[in-house]
Design a protein around this ligand. Structure first.
Ligand code: GTP
Ligand code: MG
Length: 238
């Protein structure tokens, strides 16, 4: 199952929205709008290529091992306002060139796996594919963030073949388990809840950290049951 977090990209609509949006002082240069729309189409292509590769891998696992490692996939293109907001925060120029050089998460794919073993097998098989390159890996599963966040982030460069040839395009892929996703959704909601008193915020943050640890323990136990009934060796990873 693939969930598109936004409707499919429509060039005319995107161009109209870009022209209608007021980006304040550092406006997006009007002469770059067409180039920007074209660029977004390339990111979209790269996002679809990665999703297809993941679906093919998932199908293969189903056929060979009667097991679907991928629970579901989510994907999204970064919105225009998020792109401009990020460039602004980093004090980078608002140009197509600057997007290409500095932003690696314009195309984003989130792979929600059933078990932790699945996270690593799917990501390893994808990373080994000869037509794509691994640009960066951040393993927040082996090294969780201070707040308890866990996920494996890999940035791939994917060739998108256009009339002008192959364009290697970055896609940020976040691999995580259902439990990690469950946790990250709530933590994300808390992060954007700006009207909470500080006391409540820190209380909830602490509870979330405890939840992250509990979920990790539950995951290891369930992973071991799953390994056992599938004849794989058990490993204590808690
Ligand atoms: P930014 O993309 O600017 O955040 O920097 P980065 O590319 O160094 O980020 P990183 O790879 O650490 O994380 C990128 C994405 O992972 C974010 O956009 C989120 O979707 C997700 N993420 C990272 N940290 C957290 C976290 O603490 N909580 C949640 N809910 N999501 C996170
Ligand atoms: Mg990012």
């Amino acid at each position: 199952v693939i969930l598109d977090r936004h409707s499919r990209l429509n060039s005319a609509e995107l161009e109209a929205r870009l022209k209608a949006t007021n980006f304040g002082d550092g406006q997006f240069p009007v002469d770059q709008i067409t180039e920007f729309v074209n660029l977004m189409q390339v990111y979209e292509g790269a996002m679809y290529e990665i999703s297809t590769k993941l679906e093919v891998l998932d199908e293969e696992f189903q056929v060979r091992f009667s097991h679907n490692p991928v629970h579901h996939i989510e994907r999204r293109l970064k919105s225009i306002s998020s792109i401009l907001g990020k460039l602004e925060r980093r004090e980078l120029p608002k140009t197509v060139e600057s997007i290409k050089d500095n932003l690696f998460d314009v195309a984003g794919v989130r792979v929600i796996c059933n078990y932790r073993d699945d996270v690593y097998s799917v990501s390893n098989y994808l990373s080994a594919q000869s037509d794509i390159q691994v640009l960066r890996v951040k393993d927040y599963i082996k090294n969780p963030k201070q707040n308890g966040y866990r996920s494996l982030h890999v940035i791939y460069a994917v060739p998108v073949f256009l009339s002008s040839g192959a364009h290697y395009t970055p896609v940020e892929v976040q691999f995580r388990t259902i439990a990690m996703d469950y946790w990250a959704s709530l933590e994300h909601a808390l992060r954007y809840k700006t009207d909470l008193p500080d006391v409540k915020l820190s209380e909830h943050s602490q509870t979330l950290l405890d939840c992250a640890r509990s979920l990790q323990n539950i995951e290891v136990q369930m992973q071991n049951i799953h390994r056992d009934i599938n004849g794989a060796p058990q490993v204590d990873e808690a």
